[in-house]
Write a protein that binds this ligand. Structure first.
Ligand SMILES: NC(=O)c1ccc[n+]([C@@H]2O[C@H](COP(=O)([O-])OP(=O)(O)OC[C@H]3O[C@@H](n4cnc5c(N)ncnc54)[C@H](OP(=O)(O)O)[C@@H]3O)[C@@H](O)[C@H]2O)c1
Length: 269
């Protein structure tokens, strides 16, 4: 985020105050980006127009307790913490203006996608600031309803993990076939990138099933491979995995009762 903010000239390095518990780490960030280092969260937050919360969910309670009362009344709090609800953050900090967002790792090269929402106390100007900050990470989508955040956590926030696992499995299969790993990696990476571009960069949007069908000749190689993937439950595994991530996000935020898509629905009569 720091790199993207500086790259996109959203803020000058000396306007960015970064706090973390390890002095060596914040000094390293200061040396690399020119930001102002702090080891005391409250001291860093005190002067901020926007306070970004980006600790692991498990650390949030302590961090919030240490920050409560230190945030300027006119400041915006922007959280990227998976599962942490606006209520949890807002009540803990005793601060009403909170943006909750869910980016993903390609944000590190400005190619992420972030879903975000805002509490009613967030002003139009603060929304614009949040949008500018998040655009340093790549694309972003604002949604009014907070419940989409847990869904986005499962789909796009955790999404790179599925893509990397799938890509890794394809590369390993290429090596199994006999390709040197370097060549298998190049073949797979460009196949994934090219396929996504072929889907997203066309003038006439089409359903993905049509593109899959395009490469599936009767009795051909794709048909043989797809038959096996369907038989192995590929589609269900993906669906179930994403649902598991969604449940975990709900659990992390203690935001609601989780359920699985394949557990029988409750009998409502
Ligand atoms: N990675 C992703 O793709 C992704 C996507 C969406 C959302 N998120 C969310 O982003 C948050 C951070 O994830 P991450 O992958 O960036 O984790 P990370 O690399 O471990 O970053 C967490 C940072 O918090 C610092 N920290 C630890 N304790 C602290 C404290 N008491 N006060 C202030 N700072 C503290 C850590 O410093 P030290 O290194 O010195 O311990 C570290 O720099 C998580 O809540 C995660 O859910 C991540």
């Amino acid at each position: 985020m720091i790199a993207g903010l500086i790259r996109n000239q959203v803020a000058p390095p000396e306007g960015l105050l970064a706090a973390g518990p390890r002095e060596a780490r914040v000094l390293e960030l200061s040396k690399r980006y020119g930001i102002v280092p702090y080891t005391d969260n409250a001291a860093a937050a005190r002067g901020g127009d926007v306070v970004v919360l980006s600790v692991k969910p498990q650390r949030l309670t302590n961090v919030i307790a240490g920050l409560a009362g230190s945030i300027q009344s006119g400041a915006l709090v922007l959280s990227i913490i998976a599962g942490a609800s606006i209520d949890q953050i807002s009540q803990g900090l005793r601060h009403p203006a909170v943006v909750r967002s869910m980016p993903n790792t390609p944000a590190q090269i400005g190619e992420g996608i972030t879903v975000w929402t805002a509490s009613p106390a967030v002003t139009e100007l603060q929304r614009q600031m949040a949008g500018q900050i998040l655009s340093a990470l790549g694309e972003h989508i604002f949604l009014e309803e907070e419940y989409y955040l847990d869904m986005a956590t499962a789909l796009s926030g955790t999404g790179p993990a599925y893509v990397f696992l799938f890509t890794e499995a394809m590369v390993d299969a290429g090596v199994h076939l006999g390709f040197p790993r370097r060549i298998a990696e190049q073949l797979v990476a460009q196949t994934v990138r090219g396929s996504v571009d072929y889907y997203t960069k066309r003038d006439d949007p089409v359903h993905l099933a049509r593109l899959r069908n395009e490469v599936t000749s009767p009795g051909g190689t794709s048909a043989a491979a797809l038959y096996y993937l369907e038989k192995a439950g590929f589609r269900t595994a993906i669906s179930r995995a994403i649902w598991a991530a969604y449940e975990r996000s709900l659990e992390l935020g203690k935001g609601g009762k989780s359920h699985a898509p394949d557990t029988p629905a409750q009998n409502n009569g």
